[in-house]
Design a protein around this ligand. Sequence first.
Ligand SMILES: NC(=O)c1ccc[n+]([C@@H]2O[C@H](COP(=O)([O-])OP(=O)(O)OC[C@H]3O[C@@H](n4cnc5c(N)ncnc54)[C@H](OP(=O)(O)O)[C@@H]3O)[C@@H](O)[C@H]2O)c1
Length: 245
Amino acid sequence: MQRLMGKVALVTGASSGIGAATAIALAADGARVAIAARRAERLGELADRIRHCGGEALPIEADVTDETQATAMVQHAIQEFGQLDMLLGIAGVGVAAPFQNTTTAEYRQMIDVNFLGLLYPIHAALPTMKRQGSGHIVIVSSGTGRYIHPSTVYSGTKHAASAMAESLRREIGREGVRVTSIEPGAVRTEFTSRMRDDVRLTVELRLGDMEQLEAEDIATAILYAVTQPPRVNVNILTIYPTQQA
Ligand SMILES: NC(=O)c1ccc[n+]([C@@H]2O[C@H](COP(=O)([O-])OP(=O)(O)OC[C@H]3O[C@@H](n4cnc5c(N)ncnc54)[C@H](OP(=O)(O)O)[C@@H]3O)[C@@H](O)[C@H]2O)c1
């Protein structure tokens, strides 16, 4: 049985990793999915894959740090599908380094993507969800948004994301809009490979031969949260690799 039949989701950060796995999982469960990121070619490939399996996908090229583009992304999804039931804020970047080994340009990028890049789409989506009297905002924060790992600025942006999610949940639950914070430990995606070389090597050394989570493990957790009855708000899910301290 497809539990999300008739539902519409917009997934940011859908061009790889957790976002791509989540879009596939939502579509497999019946949702029509708008998939957004900057790499249009990747989105096209993902849309083909979802359609090939009988799903419906709308690729939207957008940079979530640009308010105009983030707003247009949400409006495009709503115009195309006529509603918006789930907004999944998954786009993120991380320079998992100590404060003194992080540049001010890197601070700005992490704050822009990991925090403003969440707020702009939520701002654009909320009026529709409130009008519908239902909606679900799922944000992918991080374990480092709750506990402290050696990644000072990244950790700060993710603490901001987790705190914002809980505060927003309290603010809009009465209007039928749910909010969930997903807080993963180490997941095997492109995330680490996109860091600058010295930081990437330190992170890889720290992770060692530990078995990391797969992107699909996080998609499964997200699917759990979004398929609960409307009266149930899954507030926070923290998911770590078994071997991660
Ligand atoms: N991997 C981990 O160990 C881990 C652990 C905890 C939390 N997380 C969080 O999980 C989320 C997904 O990460 P991932 O592991 O799946 O890494 P990933 O494969 O590198 O995915 C990151 C996604 O964010 C998108 N993105 C980055 N900057 C963007 C921008 N300015 N505008 C729009 N999209 C942008 C990327 O797409 P484009 O480059 O195509 O725009 C990509 O789709 C992130 O929020 C990350 O912080 C990851």
